[in-house]
Structures are given as structure tokens and as C-alpha cells.
Design a protein around this ligand. Structure first.
Ligand code: SAM
Length: 480
């Protein structure tokens, strides 16, 4: 039985409702009148307070995803870009993953860390090694990390994760600092989520992998992750434990993308209905080649075109949710994805345990093939060449702008008044401390142009003066 507010996974991700949604989408994919209505609903509207977007239900968004009429699909892309500009401007938030341990007791069929893989080297970072990885990441210019670990209650207990978070926040090398640690670890208890919250984490990220229960159970044949209900209800426990920024995602390629798409949006609707705040981010990973894993065995792979369309349709459905793409994708795909609605990307990622301090690639503990292997400086340069502002800002959660507080500021367009100047100030830090000469040159020009766009004179003047101080190397970590 479908009940969006139910605490039970099988009720808020109701299989019958997803099948009904797919039927409805098929029946209406050529219904131009309905499609026009849905597109109109998705379009940002000017209000007294700024710009407002209604978003779409999982059924409406599924109709758009099924629609193949070229002019309508083109409209979807145009509106996705409009929404992105309205709420995120031209800022792109930068981050890097940090792999702590690849010990894992699960049997996930798509992941090389699965227990039965005896030829992958197993490694768990010591605190000294964590420190060295963090120094290497700071030396590139990173300020925001997503920590990753396999699930192993003995080798990687919550105490280990908490100790690593402490170490990460404690390292300060030259002008470097990690100011936000997001956490991507296996589903856990309310008590452990509370401990993560107390440790000062940013977003708790957990990919659903697939919303299709039967497939989920086949893809996770052994280990604690086999439990679909426990995994699917994890975000509710995280919110109960006080974490109000949670990040959803599915691993595209495992199941039918249309099923996943509807499930993902139903999950977002559930969080909004029960906790009053939807997901902070949605990630869109696609399954990749890896040690002991051949992605071709999963017969639900999606084309690049469909992948970009999914991103645009998510953008239309949940306009206030950040969207993340990783270096699993190539430069070309990432460029298209940025225009379709992505607001956060990783750069210079290593998916191996200890990868940032090892010279040679590929590493023997790597989780999957990285397609975009450019340096962070190259990625920053590339973004600016396309007119984006790479942002190293981590101010929101440190200023208490999380959960529904963040969402309500975002919904009234207020977030622009802090995010835009914060992006420019943190980009300036990056340019001063880590960038190549050419990157610096185009970066400072960009900052000059973008400072002019800050609407309030007072904010503009403060931002300008802070940027002068950063340039004079006097201070770091200014924030609105
Ligand atoms: N162990 C944690 C869990 O079970 O949720 C999360 C950490 S895992 C390092 C992060 C994510 O990597 C997984 O949730 C999965 O979606 C993704 N992943 C695993 N194998 C992959 C592959 N072959 N290609 C792409 N992504 C993969």
C-alpha cells in the first residue's frame, strides 16, 4: 500500500505505485497538452521575494522522462538551465572523496570491495596516513571532502570513522584546511548518526543503489547490506539522529532507469513529507568497470543522452536539491551534465585507499575506474573557461544554514546573497594558494566581473575588501 508518510520502506517506496507511475508515463508520453502543463509547472516564477519553483511529483517527472518529442525535450533542458541559474547561479561546488578503508563484509555484486574478492589489496588508513592524505588534498586546494569506507563493523567501527573525522578537521597545512567532511558510509543506527552529527559532519550520503527490492536483494546477496528495509529507512534514522542534510543517489545501470527515477523522487517526497525537508543532494553515479567487476554484465546501462535527460528531469522535479556528479564520468559528459543541472563536482579524485599520497595510477585498492583524471587546477581552469565559478565554500553548515533553514533561504532566493560572495572569496583563496599562473589570470578577471553582480552595495563592498585581504595574504576563511 502506497503511503508517502509511512515509516516503512515498502510503503513509501511502493512497488505498485512505481509500476502505476511507469504505466501513466507511457500512456501520457505523447500527450502534448499534459506535457506543456507539466513544463509550465516546473518553470521558475518571479515572486515578490525572488524566484519560486514548485517542483514536480514523481508521476509528472516520469511523464517528462518518457516523452521523446524533440521540442519538448529541448524545453526540459532550457527549464533545467533556467532553474539552475535561478538557484545556483553559475557556481559549481568542488569536493574530493577520501577513501579510508576498503575492508568490507558485504557481497555487493557490482563493487570490487565485496568480501569474496580475494585479489584486491585490502587497506585501512592509520591516523598518520589520514593526516598525509589530508595534507595532499589540502595542497591541491580542496576544502570539502566526502569520506568513504566499506562496511566492516570490526575493522571500520563507528569509533574509527569518528577518529578519522577528528583527524581530518585537525590538520592544517600551510593555508590549508578541510572545512566540511561529508560522510558516505553504510546504513547505521540512530545512535551512530547522532555521533556523526556531533562530530560536525556536513551531509550524510548513502546511495540506495536500486529501489527495486527484488533486484536489491539479488545484488546484495550477503552481509548486512542485504537488508533492503534497513538500508532504505537509513535516511529517516539519520534525520532522527539529528542529521538534517542527507544525500540520496542510485547506481544507474543496475536496474531499469525509469524505475530508479520514480523511486528516487518518491524517496525525496517521503523525506519532505515526514521531516519537512527534502534531500540536500542527489548523486547520479553510473556503474563502472572495476577489479573483479564487468559493468557489461549489468544489462540496464544507460546511454549518455538518457543520462543527461535524467539529470535534467531531476533538476525540474527537485529544484532546491543540489546535484552531484563524480569523476566516474568523462570531461565531455560532465560538461553536458553541468548544463543540465549539476551543481557540485569532484576533481582530481582517487578512489583508492591512500591514493592521494601514491604516485602511480592505477592503484591496487581502487574502487572503480576514474574517467576524468585531470588535476584540480585543470578542472578549475576548465570550469572558468565555460563561465562557471568554482566554489570552495563550506559556509552554510558552519553558519547553521542546514536542513529546513537552508531550504527556506534557498526557496526565497536569499541563499544567493551569501553563496555568490562566498564562492568568489574561496575561489580567491584557491587562486592565491594553489593555482597555476594561467588559472590565476583568468580567475582574478572572473572575480572582478562577478563582484559587480552582487546586488547589495554593502555586501559587494565587504566582499571586495575581503578579497583584497586574501590577496594580501592577511586572512582566510571569510564568510557570509
Ligand atoms: N560502503 C558504503 C555503502 O555500502 O553504502 C558506501 C561507500 S561506497 C565506497 C560508495 C558507493 O560506490 C556505493 O554506494 C556504490 O554506489 C558505488 N560503487 C560501488 N561499486 C561501483 C562501481 N563498480 N562503479 C561505480 N560506482 C560504484
Amino acid at each position: 500500500m502506497y503511503d508517502i508518510k509511512s515509516p516503512h520502506a515498502e510503503e513509501f517506496i511502493c512497488h505498485e505505485e512505481i509500476l502505476e507511475t511507469l504505466r501513466y508515463a507511457d500512456e501520457n508520453k505523447d500527450n502534448e497538452e499534459l506535457i506543456d502543463q507539466i513544463l509550465e509547472k516546473a518553470r521558475p516564477k518571479k515572486t515578490e521575494k525572488g524566484v519560486h519553483c514548485e517542483g514536480l511529483t514523481h508521476r509528472e517527472a516520469s511523464v517528462l522522462l518518457a516523452c521523446e518529442i524533440p521540442e519538448k525535450v529541448q524545453k526540459m533542458y532550457e527549464i533545467a538551465e533556467e532553474i539552475k541559474l535561478a538557484f545556483y547561479g553559475n557556481r559549481i561546488v568542488m569536493f574530493a572523496p577520501l577513501y579510508l578503508s576498503n575492508y568490507c563484509v558485504n557481497g555487493c555484486l557490482y563493487c570490487p570491495y565485496h568480501l569474496k574478492n580475494k585479489h584486491i589489496a585490502r587497506k585501512k588508513l592509520t591516523q598518520d596516513e589520514v593526516r598525509n592524505e589530508v595534507i595532499a588534498l589540502q595542497d591541491m586546494g580542496h576544502k570539502r571532502l566526502a569520506i568513504e569506507a566499506g562496511e566492516d563493523p570490526v575493522k571500520n567501527p563507528i569509533e574509527y570513522i569518528l577518529e578519522c573525522i577528528d583527524t581530518i578537521y585537525s590538520v592544517q597545512h600551510k593555508n590549508g584546511a578541510i572545512r566540511r567532511v561529508n560522510v558516505n558510509i553504510a546504513a547505521t543506527t540512530v545512535e551512530n548518526y547522532r555521533k556523526l552529527k556531533e562530530a560536525g559532519i556536513g551531509t550524510y550520503i548513502l546511495f540506495q543503489e536500486t529501489y527495486h527490492k527484488e533486484s536489491y536483494e539479488k545484488l546484495h546477496p550477503t552481509g548486512p547490506k542485504h537488508n533492503y528495509t534497513y538500508h532504505t529507512e537509513a535516511m529517516d534514522r539519520a534525520m532522527e539522529g539529528g542529521i538534517d542534510d542527507v544525500g540520496l543517489g542510485v547506481l544507474f545501470g543496475l536496474e531499469l532507469y525509469r524505475y530508479e527515477f520514480a523511486g528516487l523522487l518518491m524517496h525525496a517526497e517521503h523525506l519532505e513529507a515526514v521531516h519537512g525537508v527534502g534531500p540536500h543532494t542527489i548523486s547520479v553515479p553510473r556503474v563502472k568497470r572495476a577489479d573483479d567487476i564487468d559493468p557489461d554484465v549489468f544489462d540496464n546501462g544507460i546511454s549518455d543522452d538518457m543520462f543527461i535527460k535524467i539529470i535534467a528531469c531531476i533538476r525540474l522535479a527537485v529544484p532546491y536539491t543540489g546535484m552531484i556528479i563524480s569523476t566516474r564520468e568523462s570531461e565531455q559528459v560532465r560538461e553536458r551534465a553541468l548544463r543540465a543541472g549539476i551543481s557540485q563536482i569532484s576533481g582530481a579524485s582517487r578512489t583508492s585507499v591512500g591514493g592521494y599520497t601514491e604516485e602511480e595510477r592505477p592503484h591496487d585498492t581502487e574502487q572503480f575506474d576514474v574517467s576524468d583524471q585531470r588535476t584540480l587546477d585543470e578542472v578549475v581552469h576548465w570550469l572558468m573557461d565555460m563561465g562557471f565559478i568554482p566554489s570552495f565554500c563550506t559556509a552554510c553548515y558552519r553558519e547553521g544554514r542546514t536542513g529546513d533553514r537552508f531550504m527556506s533561504l534557498c526557496k526565497t532566493g536569499q541563499i544567493q546573497n551569501c553563496c555568490h560572495p562566498n564562492a568568489l572569496m574561496t575561489l580567491c583563496e584557491f587562486l592565491m594558494d594553489y593555482a597555476a599562473e594561467d588559472t590565476k589570470r583568468i580567475g582574478f578577471d572572473l572575480i572582478e566581473r562577478e563582484l559587480e553582480k552582487i546586488p547589495t552595495e554593502k555586501t559587494r563592498e565587504i566582499a571586495r575588501s575581503n578579497i583584497e585581504q586574501i590577496k594580501a595574504s592577511n586572512r582566510r576563511d571569510f564568510r557570509f
